[in-house]
Design a protein around this ligand. Structure first.
Ligand SMILES: Nc1ncnc2c1ncn2[C@@H]1O[C@H](COP(=O)(O)OP(=O)(O)OP(=O)(O)O)[C@@H](O)[C@H]1O
Ligand SMILES: [Mg+2]
Length: 359
């Protein structure tokens, strides 16, 4: 549905987007995920046509868009600020685009009613927009964009202003809506959980470039480098060096010693400096090692209680920063208490350690 080919954008000396190429499929829910200033909004605005490209091409539904102004592109955009008219009622807000098309009133009304059902606000047509809650306003903004039946809907942090609970509820609604309508959605967010909840695929952006494109599970399990790994969930990083000829799947890891690792598909050479990465949930804590699983001795130095689970920070020899370990918040009776200062052993499955480029 969308092809982005070697697109760059410079604002004076600021390179906001740098040689980005992407293919977004018809009916796909696609997200651009990245830290503030990584170029997400700029890329979205170029797709919408609000911003011209400095180099490269954008195709939507097979058509090159260079000379097509925003209002002629088969897209609509929802902004972070609700951008609905407070003085108009809900019906007139939603019908806004249809009225401009000169559609007969009866047909407008029918389509607005359909939209009100879709956004779960039936009977709200006569309500003033200023009398809605934030989440309701956001749904009206969505309806206003969707009523024109765009082939593509672009969303720039559409849930950014909502509180956590409403945000999570709206995420599920947005996903359901997209599934029912089959419209291609491109969402901009800096919230990893939001991108993962909603998307079929996610492009991770940094410094104007796309670092990795994959499914949420693919990004989480096979991050290309340290930058992606750190951005999608928590990760412990260790300095490491590949052992043997690099194909043995062994590495010398600071603090953990010589260990079997998941070296991925990249070619490695003997003695190559790499980063070993292991997620907090890839590690376990025991009072005494069983002699089977690999283990190193350590001491709990801090405990982060998070409700159903906790993160224990364990200091080990040969590594400055403590290692973060995820554990259930109420371990079984014969388990450890998880108290600060307690001597413990860290264990893990060999395949839990991933090898990444050191950069
Ligand atoms: N009109 C502009 N003029 C000059 N520089 C700009 C302009 N718009 C964006 N930039 C710069 O381009 C870079 C990318 O900005 P962009 O708004 O695309 O980031 P973003 O990923 O959307 O960030 P955020 O998550 O904070 O919204 C930033 O360095 C920004 O300062
Ligand atoms: Mg932005």
């Amino acid at each position: 549905m969308i092809t982005i080919r070697n697109v760059s954008k410079a604002f004076g000396r600021v390179q906001a987007v740098q040689d980005v190429s992407l293919e977004i499929a018809r009916g796909e829910f696609f997200s651009l995920l990245g830290a503030s200033g990584s170029g997400k909004t700029t890329l979205l605005r170029m797709i919408a046509g609000f911003e011209g490209v400095s180099a490269g091409q954008i195709f939507i539904d097979g058509q090159e868009m260079q000379d097509t102004p925003p209002h002629r592109r088969p897209i609509n955009m929802v902004f972070q600020s609700y951008a609905i008219f407070p003085h108009l009622n809900v019906r007139d807000n939603i019908a806004y685009g249809l009225r401009r098309l000169g559609m007969p009133r009866a047909e407008q009304d029918r389509q607005v009613e359909e939209m009100l059902e879709l956004i779960a606000l039936p009977g709200y047509g006569a309500r003033k927009a200023s009398q809605l809650s934030g989440g309701q306003m956001q749904r009206v903004a969505l309806a206003r964009a969707l009523i024109l039946k765009p082939k593509v809907l672009l969303l720039d942090e559409p849930l950014g202003a909502l509180d956590k609970q409403l945000r999570e509820q709206m995420q599920l609604e947005l996903r359901g809506l997209q599934r029912r309508l089959g419209i291609t959605f491109v969402l901009v967010t800096h919230d990893q959980e939001e991108a993962f909840t909603l998307s079929d695929r996610v492009a991770v952006m940094a410094q104007g470039a796309v670092v990795q494109v994959d499914s949420p599970a693919g990004l989480y399990d096979r991050p290309r480098n340290r930058q992606v790994a750190a951005f999608v969930g928590n990760m412990n990083f260790f300095e490491a060096r590949m052992a043997g000829d690099g194909r043995t799947g062994m590495a010398e890891i600071a603090g953990l010693g010589m260990q079997a690792v998941n070296s991925g598909s990249a070619r490695r050479s003997e003695g190559e400096r790499v980063v070993a990465a292991i997620r907090p949930e890839g590690l376990g804590i025991v009072i005494a090692p069983d002699g089977q699983a690999p283990a190193v001795a350590g001491r709990i130095v801090a405990r982060q209680y998070l409700g159903g689970r906790q993160i224990l920070h364990v200091a080990i020899e040969g590594r400055d920063a403590p290692v973060a370990v995820a554990a259930p918040a109420r371990p079984g009776e014969d388990d450890w208490a998880g108290a600060e200062g307690q001597a413990v052993w860290l264990t893990w499955r060999p395949q839990a350690i991933s090898i990444l480029d050191a950069e």
